[in-house]
Design a protein around this ligand. Structure first.
Ligand SMILES: Nc1ncnc2c1ncn2[C@@H]1O[C@H](COP(=O)(O)OP(=O)(O)O)[C@@H](O)[C@H]1O
Ligand SMILES: [Mg+2]
Length: 224
């Protein structure tokens, strides 16, 4: 891998096969990401944006191509290594927050830590700190249904950070929100990027996102 890059994706191809039908979701997607960089990826619906994020986040494997993360060849890992890599290094924020409705904001953020074996006290302390980092210190005991759209998405951002990931991948994280709330979520990403040096890849339809990222890429017909 070239020096100074956290992630390098080269010639990524992904073909989905359903019966005798094949969909070439990615043909030739390339990305070089420096440590601490924030980039955005734009493209029309169906252009392969989600597929690409899933592949660089190790949720899915490419049909062809290479992915390296900090000198480790992701594309050559076993399923077990891949799962561990994903847990340790990657935070994911989806378009819909996917919070568990029966749990409070605090519990939603603490849950991944509890599942991976952290002690209760430690997990809740960390969850509390992250929620206050995203401006929700006053809302930690609220159930998702009592939170606004933007607040729910901020809980999802806090949850994505619980394992101190080096990279955060966001798939149309503001696709569902009004303009003001969108700006609010983007400000939080931007602050985390500056303060914690977290590397961000943000997929969007929304041009506002360009303002907050160092670079932007266009993914068109599976090519980037
Ligand atoms: N599991 C799947 N099986 C078959 N085709 C899929 C699957 N997931 C996505 N696709 C197809 O791959 C293409 C890219 O999808 P996607 O990555 O979701 O695009 P985007 O996020 O840019 O809207 C689309 O044509 C979509 O229909
Ligand atoms: Mg998508």
């Amino acid at each position: 891998m070239s020096k100074g890059y956290l992630l390098e994706a080269k010639g990524i191809k992904r073909v989905y096969v359903n019966g005798d039908e094949e969909v070439e979701a990615l043909r030739d997607a390339n990305l070089k990401l420096k440590k601490g960089e924030a980039v955005s990826i734009f493209g029309p619906s169906g252009s392969g944006k989600s597929t690409f994020l899933h592949i660089i986040g190790a949720f899915d494997r490419p049909t062809d191509g290479l992915i390296e993360f900090d000198g480790r060849m992701i594309s050559a890992m076993t399923d077990e290594e891949l799962a561990e890599f994903r847990n340790r290094e990657v935070g994911f924020v989806f378009q819909f927050h996917h919070l568990l409705p029966e749990f409070s904001a605090l519990e939603n953020v603490a849950l991944p830590l509890l599942i991976s074996g952290s002690g209760k006290k430690e997990a809740y302390e960390k969850a509390r700190a992250l929620l206050s980092e995203v401006g929700l210190a006053e809302r930690i005991n609220f159930l998702p249904v009592k939170l606004s759209g933007g607040e729910k998405q901020r809980v999802a951002v806090a949850r994505a950070l619980v394992h101190d990931p080096r990279i955060v991948l966001a798939d149309e994280p503001t696709g569902n929100l009004d303009r003001e709330t969108e700006a609010e979520v983007m400000e939080i990403f931007s602050r985390l990027n500056r303060k914690k040096k977290i590397t961000f890849v943000i997929v969007s339809h929304n041009l506002l996102v360009k303002k907050f990222t160092d670079k932007h890429y266009d993914l068109i017909d599976g090519k980037m």
